[in-house]
Ligand binder design. Structure first.
Ligand code: BES
Ligand code: MN
Ligand code: ZN
Length: 503
């Protein structure tokens, strides 16, 4: 998506769709005048209420105006960043639906909106660009088009050009925000594409390859440990999960070192299970295909590290991605097995479907030991119980540090990728005790997300600033009527927001 910021007057903006955003308040005060000036009938204002995300497209303005059509876009009361985001996503979805190539958004009211939302103009511009990218995203890489009778081939599938019309004094700030938004959007899109690729297109080696490519393109270090090296390291968790697989595991380490002094050393760990069948503790077949998304944490970590590099944040950031699929078979690990993880801690595998925590265990210990980070955050589609608790819009947050938990919560509010904190009380340890090993990888029926987090906590070797984010719900939207289904890239925006605060 090409983005430009221009100062033309509204009637000079040449575009397929000129978008006029209105808060309910501005609608009453200004809409009539603006519509009349552009030669449109004001009858539409009888119905248009400017609810957040509401869109009405109008045709046939006065002659001599450059826009082919205009759209009224509702911002609700215009008091929250969330409504602004919702509106941005909504107008982009509409444009893609209509197969429009060039969309212009009138940003005349952006300063007023900045004041009423308590945000900067640059932040609003970034959110607009991100929202447009989110709303116009479609995953069609695996569609051949051969059965498409309407022959929509050739028509634009996403918005090719976004024009922001701004008052002269704001151009620079809007450009700055838009450029940042564009980077985050592009990293989010990369994450979504990886999540949407099924198991026969994306195995552990392919995740490693994607990281290497990103590192080459944007100039940061990526090291891939292959099966032999993982064996030498003694990563017993990752190897145990990989036992039933035809494909070798990988452990990928991404590293961004800033040019000057780093403010902080940040380790980000992402679960990279390319397909989770459950292993011998096999999952029910209904919707099992959605388990191609079990590497969403890995995708978010890759996206976040790339974004940090491209934004040039002054942090030393390390991304750690253990990857494998989880398959049954004659060689697969079996329930009851006892394995030795990288830390030396032994684990009774009560359920082979609790595989994410086994591969994360190794990566967490490695991160702490090798990099001595100031903070460790892991991101994982870890438990179905998390969806039961919080649904498809919100991630669960666990942390042993109140300040870190608060910072992540705030980053969630600001980025729109919401998290809600759950407890890590020691009373839950009771559920993951093992008679034969140091710990069990399953904790029975209740509090499944908490016992998973308690398990991970054992592998950070007493680190005092760790957080675990369970993204099982918001990482992947099942097919339904409204929203675009599939991978969301949840985590990229959240982690970037957090790390921007630390910069
Ligand atoms: N990848 C799943 C969790 C998951 C479920 C993510 C649904 C997204 C949607 C994870 O590996 C898993 O299978 N967890 C088990 C743990 C249980 C066996 C203790 C679960 O949640 O059922
Ligand atoms: Mn599983
Ligand atoms: Zn899993």
């Amino acid at each position: 998506m090409k983005i430009s910021v221009i100062k033309n007057t509204l009637d000079q903006v040449s575009t397929d769709l000129l978008v006029l955003p209105f808060s309910s308040d501005a609608l009453k005060k200004e809409a009539e005048e603006v519509l009349l000036a552009l030669g449109f009938d004001i009858q539409v204002l009888k119905d248009f209420k400017a609810e957040a995300g509401e869109v009405v497209v109008l045709y046939g303005g006065a002659k001599g105006h450059a826009a082919v059509r205009i759209a009224l876009l509702g911002l609700g009361e215009g008091k929250t960043l969330e409504d602004w985001r919702k509106a941005s996503v909504s107008i982009a979805s509409k444009a893609v639906e209509m197969k429009l190539e060039k969309v212009a958004v009138d940003c005349s009211g952006i300063e007023t909106l900045a004041a009423s939302t308590g945000q900067s103009v640059a932040t609003l511009a970034a959110a607009l660009v991100e929202g447009c990218a989110v709303g116009s995203y479609r995953f069609d890489r695996l569609k051949s088009g051969k059965l498409d009778k309407k022959k929509s081939a050739g028509k634009p599938k996403e918005i090719a050009e976004l024009v922001l019309r701004a008052d002269a004094g704001l151009v620079e700030e809007i450009e700055k925000g838009a450029a940042e938004g564009k980077i985050v959007a592009s990293c989010q899109k990369m994450a979504r594409n990886l999540v949407n690729l099924p198991g026969n297109y994306l195995q552990a080696e392919d995740i490693a390859k994607a990281a290497v490519e990103s590192g080459k393109k944007h100039g940061y270090d990526v090291t891939v440990f292959h099966k032999k090296e993982i064996e030498s390291l003694g990563m017993g968790g990752l190897l145990a999960v990989n036992k039933g697989s035809f494909h070798p595991p990988t452990f990928t380490v991404l590293e961004h070192k800033p040019k000057g002094k780093a403010n902080m050393v940040v380790a980000l760990v992402g679960k990279g299970v390319t397909f989770d069948s459950g292993g011998i503790s096999i999952k029910p077949s209904e919707n099992m295909g959605e388990m191609k998304s079990d590497m969403s944490g890995a995708a978010s970590v890759l996206g976040a590290v790339e974004a940090v590099v491209r934004l040039g944040l002054p942090l030393h950031v390390i991304g750690l991605i253990p990857a494998t699929d989880n398959m049954p078979g004659g060689k697969a690990q079996t329930p009851g097995d006892v394995i030795t993880t990288y830390s030396g801690i032994t684990v009774e595998v009560g359920n082979t479907d609790a595989e994410g925590r086994l591969i994360l265990a190794d990566a967490l210990t490695y991160a702490k030991e090798k990099y001595k980070p100031d903070v460790i955050i892991d991101v994982a589609t870890l438990t179905g119980a998390c969806i039961v608790a919080l649904g498809y819009a919100v991630a669960a947050l666990f942390s042993n540090n109140d300040k870190l938990a608060d910072e992540i919560f705030q980053a969630g509010q600001q980025s729109g990728e919401k998290v809600w904190r759950m407890p890590l009380w020691d009373l839950y340890d009771e559920q993951i005790k093992s008679d034969v090993a140091d710990v069990n990888n399953t904790g029975g029926r209740g509090a499944g997300s908490v016992t998973a987090a308690k398990f991970l906590e054992k592998f950070i070797d007493g680190h005092k600033n760790w957080a675990h984010i369970d993204i099982a719900g918001p990482s992947f939207l099942p097919k339904s009527g409204g929203k675009v289904s599939g991978g969301t890239g949840f985590g990229v925006s959240l982690l970037v927001e957090l790390m921007k605060k630390w910069s």
